[in-house]
Ligand binder design. Structure first.
Ligand code: ZN
Length: 323
C-alpha cells in the first residue's frame, strides 16, 4: 500500500445530452454551482461542464460530457449504477417536495445501513440519490447564489455504487487502493477508505444476473478518487501497475492531473490530484461564467465557440423575472 492514502471520491463524470437542460437541472434544482465551463479535452466539439460547491472542492464535483447527438445509455454491470450525494439529516422532506414540484418523480427507498435515502433521476435518466445522515459535512461550502437554503443544501458526495457481476476481483483492487470492507447487506458490500464517512464510501452491488451496461447519455463515464499531489499519484501508479493493471500515463486536465485504469469489473477509475483546482484560470467569483480552454486549444477558440450551443446561467430565474 502507498503511504499516501486515497481520500475518497474526487469527482464523478457522467454523460448528458442537452447542455442547457443539464445546467438548469444541476444549478436550479439541485443547487450546485457551475464551477467550470470548458470542453472535453479529447473531443473539443463538446462541452465539459463541472458542478460542485462554491469552489468545486474535490469530493463535491459532478461533471458532464454533453453529447446532444448521443443515444441513451443503459445502466448495468461494469458501471457506476448510482451516484449519491450527502445531505443534512432531516432534509429529505424538503428535497422530496422540491423535486416533486419540479415534476421529477422520486422514491423514498427507506433505510440502507443507517441512512435515509431519496432516489430520482436527472433529465437524461442518470440515477441519483440524496442520502440524509447526521454527519453531513458541515465544512462543505454550498453555493449560496441558488434557491436551495444552505441548511438543506447538498454537501458533496456520499458514495458511488458499482454494479458488478462478481465482487472479489473488484474488492481486491479496492483493498490495494486502501479501502476496507465495512458493511454487507444482501448483495451490497460497502467499502470505506481513509477515515470513512461521506465521500469515502463505495458500495459494490453484486448483480450476477444483471445485463452489462452501455455507456452513453444518462450513465456514468468514470469515477475519480482523490490523491493529494503529483508525487502521491506517481507512487499509486507504481502500486497499480505492480498489480498488473493497465494504467495510463499522467494526463494534464488543467484543474487536476489524472491517471486512468479499468478495475476488473469494468468500471473506469481515475486517480486525480487535489491541486491545482478550479481557480487555476479564473477567480472564485467568476467560476463557470465563461468558456475556459486549455492553453493548447486557445488558438482554436473561435472555431470551438462557433460549434458549441450557447449556455445561459440562471435561465429559469431570468425568465421568471422577465414575466
Ligand atoms: Zn475525470
Amino acid at each position: 500500500m502507498s503511504e499516501n492514502p486515497i481520500a475518497g471520491i474526487h469527482h464523478v463524470t457522467a454523460i448528458a445530452s442537452d447542455p442547457q437542460r443539464n445546467v438548469d437541472f444541476y444549478t436550479e434544482i439541485l443547487g450546485l454551482r457551475l464551477v467550470k465551463r470548458t470542453v472535453n479535452f479529447d473531443d473539443p466539439g463538446a462541452y465539459h461542464l463541472y458542478f460542485g460547491d462554491e469552489t468545486g472542492s474535490p469530493g463535491s464535483i459532478l461533471t458532464f460530457f454533453a453529447w446532444p447527438m448521443a443515444g441513451r445509455g443503459q445502466a448495468g454491470v461494469g458501471q457506476v449504477e448510482v451516484t449519491s450525494f450527502s445531505v443534512p439529516e432531516g432534509s429529505l422532506n424538503y428535497w422530496e417536495q422540491r423535486l416533486l414540484s419540479a415534476s421529477i418523480p422520486v422514491e423514498r427507498s427507506g433505510k440502507r445501513f443507517d441512512e435515509e435515502i431519496l432516489t430520482f433521476a436527472d433529465p437524461d435518466g442518470l440515477r441519483l440519490e440524496l442520502v440524509a445522515h447526521s454527519k453531513a459535512d458541515t465544512a462543505a461550502r454550498p453555493w449560496k447564489d441558488v434557491s436551495v437554503p444552505v441548511e438543506q443544501a447538498i454537501r458533496g458526495f456520499y458514495s458511488v455504487t458499482l454494479c458488478e457481476q462478481g465482487y472479489e476481483a473488484t474488492a481486491r483492487v479496492l483493498e490495494t487502493m486502501g479501502f476496507r470492507k465495512t458493511g454487507e447487506r444482501g448483495n451490497r458490500f460497502r467499502f470505506d477508505v481513509g477515515d470513512g464517512g461521506a465521500g469515502a464510501h463505495v458500495d459494490v452491488l453484486c448483480a450476477s444476473e444483471a445485463a452489462y451496461g452501455r455507456a452513453a447519455v444518462g450513465t456514468v463515464h468514470h469515477v475519480a478518487w482523490r490523491v493529494a499531489d503529483d508525487n502521491s499519484q506517481l507512487s499509486w501508479r507504481k502500486v497499480l501497475v505492480g498489480k498488473h493493471l493497465n494504467v495510463t500515463p499522467v494526463i494534464d486536465r488543467c484543474y487536476f492531473h489524472s491517471i486512468y485504469f479499468r478495475e476488473p469489473g469494468g468500471v473506469l477509475f481515475e486517480l486525480a490530484t487535489d491541486p491545482p483546482g478550479f481557480t487555476a484560470d479564473e477567480p472564485v467569483d467568476k467560476l463557470g461564467e465563461s468558456l475556459k480552454l486549455p492553453p493548447w486549444l486557445e488558438s482554436s477558440r473561435k472555431r470551438i465557440e462557433r460549434a458549441l450551443p450557447p449556455i445561459q446561467l440562471h435561465k429559469a430565474v431570468k425568465e421568471a423575472r422577465a414575466l
